[in-house]
Structure formats: C-alpha cells, structure tokens
Design a protein around this ligand. Structure first.
Ligand code: PRP
Ligand code: URA
Length: 217
C-alpha cells in the first residue's frame, strides 16, 4: 500500500531503541510511562520543526544579538486516556502551549469512538493544533478528534497535526482520506490490525499499559 505524503515515520535510532522497550510485553507501567514521555519528546521535536519563530533582540554577556522566539500559538489535544502520557513532554518543548482534553473511547464491539469529555476553550485562537494519542488503529478516534477541532474553528490557516507513537496502515489511510490536510507524525508504521482492531505487532492497549489496568494473568 502506498503511503500518503502527509505521513512522516521517524527513523531516528534513539526512537527505534526506545520503541523496542515500549513494545516489549515485560515492560512495567512505570517504565512504559517513562518511555512514552521520551518518545513523545523526540517525536514532538520532529513534528514541530516547521513552527514559526520571530526575531527577538537579547543581550548576551558579550553583546546584543538578534535571537528567535516561538511565534506560533500552539494547542495540544491529548486524547484521553492514553494521550495523557504525551502531554508533559510536549509542554517541555512548547511551554506556552494550551492543553485541551478530549475524552474518547473505542466501543469494543463496533470500534467506533465515543466522546465523553471535551474541554476546548470558546474560540480557536491558535496557529497549530497537535492531537496526541499513542495509537492510530482504525483511525476512528483520530478522525473524530480532527472533526471536533475543525467544527470548533481550527480551519485553514490553522494547521492540525497528529502525533502517534504507533500507526496501522488502516488508520493512516482513514485519516488521509477524511482529512488529507492533516500531517501524521509517528514512530512506527506497523503491519496491520487484527480482527479486534488491535495493531500488530503493536504494543497492546496503550492506556492499560500506562495506567496498569490491563487484565491480570
Ligand atoms: C485507544 C487509543 C486511541 C484509540 C485508537 O484508546 O489510545 O485513542 O484506541 O483506536 P482507533 O484508531 O481504532 O480509534 P481507547 O479507546 O482504548 O481508550 P483509552 O485510551 O481510554 O484506553
Ligand atoms: N488502541 C490501543 O491501545 N492499542 C491498539 O493496538 C489499538 C487501539
């Protein structure tokens, strides 16, 4: 399957190394959360490479110089629950970003996203929105989140990017078809979904693995 031009899969060795730790079924929630955070920082660094800056005059101990400061206003939209683990790293990179929580869960039977929480501010006064979710599986949740942002007012020239740790080809295709203007940044593009909509080889359930709520035994 050919991939859309909006898809960016990182090949950085540090990302590849950390992904192996994340995927390993023996990795405990504490370590898992740590690696989600580290990978989010690295992916965020790549996803934010084209953010605009403006000149800023500062004085070093030696002389005055023209430096740069961030100009784009950024909104981060973590998809609850699993996207929560990506927020802190992104805020380290972009300390002035706003954070808008969106609660979505996948109905296990239909695999359709169900919205249960929405904390968007009244108006879309930003330049760039980053949707944070470790997993892009069927693409249902991501597409719904983008729909929410666009209906709210995040339309051109406001840009939307999706930041995922692991994506499935099915999810990438669904997002690219519904929202060809949205860039997707991920650490890995996996093989396929299984019959239950899980990414293969994936890492299992990203929310359960972060928060220790998986089935025991
Ligand atoms: C997971 C994941 C995504 C969604 C991806 O969340 O974090 O939000 O599934 O699947 P999709 O691409 O098929 O929509 P989940 O619904 O398990 O909720 P949780 O984060 O609360 O565990
Ligand atoms: N959500 C997850 O957490 N993992 C998957 O593999 C698919 C959806």
């Amino acid at each position: 399957m050919s991939q859309p031009p909006t898809l960016h899969v990182s090949s950085h060795p540090a990302i590849l190394h950390k992904l192996a730790v994340l995927r390993d079924g023996r990795t405990e929630p504490k370590k898992f959360r740590e690696v989600v955070r580290e990978l989010s920082w690295l992916l965020g660094y790549e996803a934010l490479a084209d953010v605009r800056t403006r000149p800023l005059t500062i004085r070093t101990p030696m002389e005055e110089m023209e430096a740069s400061e961030l100009a784009d206003r950024i909104g981060l939209m973590p998809i609850l629950r699993a996207g929560l683990g990506m927020v802190d790293a992104m805020l380290e990179l972009m300390p002035t970003a706003q954070v808008w929580h969106l609660g979505l869960f996948r109905d296990e039977r239909t695999l359709q996203p169900v919205e249960y929480y929405n904390k968007l501010p009244d108006s879309a006064s930003v330049d760039l929105c980053l949707i944070l979710d470790p997993m892009l599986a069927t693409g249902g949740s991501a597409t719904a989140a983008i729909d929410v942002l666009k209906k709210w007012g995040a339309v051109k020239p406001v840009r939307i990017k999706l930041v995922n740790l692991i994506a499935a080809p099915e999810g990438v295709a669904a997002v690219a078809e519904a929202h060809p203007d949205v860039e997707i940044h991920c650490a890995a593009l996996d093989r396929q979904l299984n019959e239950k909509g899980y990414i293969m080889p994936g890492l299992g359930d990203a929310g359960d693995r972060q928060f220790g709520t998986g089935k025991v035994g």
